[in-house]
Ligand binder design. Structure first.
Ligand SMILES: Cc1cc2nc3c(=O)[nH]c(=O)nc-3n(C[C@H](O)[C@H](O)[C@H](O)COP(=O)(O)OP(=O)(O)OC[C@H]3O[C@@H](n4cnc5c(N)ncnc54)[C@H](O)[C@@H]3O)c2cc1C
Length: 287
């Protein structure tokens, strides 16, 4: 199939207008359209109506507020990559955005679309999971907050319900924390074979106070390497701990063999990329 089936189209003029349209049956939000339109062409998605939110500039921002980096759902990948504020507090987002697709996709694809698409290979899902971010979902009755670690119910499925909209992602800022993202793809601009993101908070003795580790494209539950995070807490932030955490992350994820490689290769990548991301995050935390 090369063309989508018939679909109604409405351009939302406000968040409230979008929410009222989204209450209708089989309606989908249209953000960047980089995932939804191809899925409609393949008839993997057949909404009856598209609600275009591209006019809702009130959802397109990146700002610091109340000790949190707040990213509007309509912020584009390119906005996140260009944001000095985001880069200053969370270099993990710049690392990840540099390797998301290509400049054309990054200019139009959105942060909200990335999370809501819930593709297991989506780089930002792991990056936000590593940072312990919170998703703010708007509905007719107001807003609710859901940790990004509980946002995805499975591939292509999230907790955003009928009549709701992902409005914002909030990331807690911790002074002195360091973060990094490491990805291996078959070629420039491609989806991950595997990737790992890490956030580290260290104390003065160079001991890990807290660790966040997100994994991409390797079947990690909620994109998180929980056992490796647990292992690191209270340990020295050194090569030995990072390598051991990498091995634990590789053991507990669930990669599947596909055109991007066999399972054992992907586990090897998880061990190596987790170790590299932790090493890089520790350097940034100390600097
Ligand atoms: C060629 C190509 C290569 C790519 N490579 C990568 C890559 O390497 N890494 C990577 O991470 N991504 C990659 N992507 C994905 C891309 O970066 C976008 O993140 C993705 O297309 C989704 O963003 P979008 O704004 O286009 O969402 P859309 O396609 O508009 O929407 C995707 C889904 O999310 C829903 N949605 C969108 N916004 C909201 C909202 N605010 N609230 C509720 N639901 C919403 C839509 O209804 C739809 O179901 C690639 C895409 C392409 C086309």
């Amino acid at each position: 199939m090369q063309v989508p089936s018939h679909v109604e189209y409405e351009r939302a003029t406000s968040v409230e207008h979008a929410l009222s349209l989204l209450r209708r049956y089989e309606t989908r939000v249209l953000a960047g359209g980089h995932s939804l339109i191809p899925m409609m062409k393949l008839r993997l998605a057949q909404p009856e109506m598209l609600v275009d939110i591209n006019g809702l500039t009130e959802l397109a921002y990146i700002k610091l507020d109340g000790g949190q980096l707040r990213i509007g759902a309509l912020a584009r990948h390119a906005d996140l990559l260009d944001s000095a504020l985001a880069g200053q507090h969370f270099p993990i987002f710049h690392d990840a955005e540099r390797v998301v697709a290509d400049p054309i996709v990054r200019l139009w694809g959105t942060v909200g679309g990335s999370l809501c698409q819930a593709d297991p290979s989506e780089d930002l899902s792991a990056a936000f999971a590593a940072t312990h971010a919170t998703a703010v979902i708007r509905g007719a009755d107001g807003s609710r907050e859901v940790p990004v670690r509980e946002f995805h119910l499975g591939p292509y499925e999230t907790v955003v319900g009928r009549g709701e909209l992902l409005a914002e992602v909030r990331v807690p800022v911790h002074a002195g924390a360091g973060s990094a993202y490491e990805k291996i793809a078959r070629r420039v601009g491609d989806w991950s074979v595997a990737a790992a993101g890490a956030v580290l908070r260290l104390d003065r003795e160079n001991t890990v106070k807290d660790a966040g580790i997100g994994l991409t494209a390797v079947g990690a539950e909620h994109f998180v390497a929980a056992e490796a995070e647990e292992y690191l807490r209270g340990r020295a932030a050194d090569e030995e701990s990072f390598a051991a955490a990498g091995a634990i992350a590789a053991e507990h994820c669930h990669p599947v063999a596909d055109q991007r490689g066999p399972e054992d290769y992907k586990r090897h990548l998880v061990a190596e990329l987790t170790t590299r991301a932790l090493r890089h995050a520790a350097k940034r935390a100390a600097s």
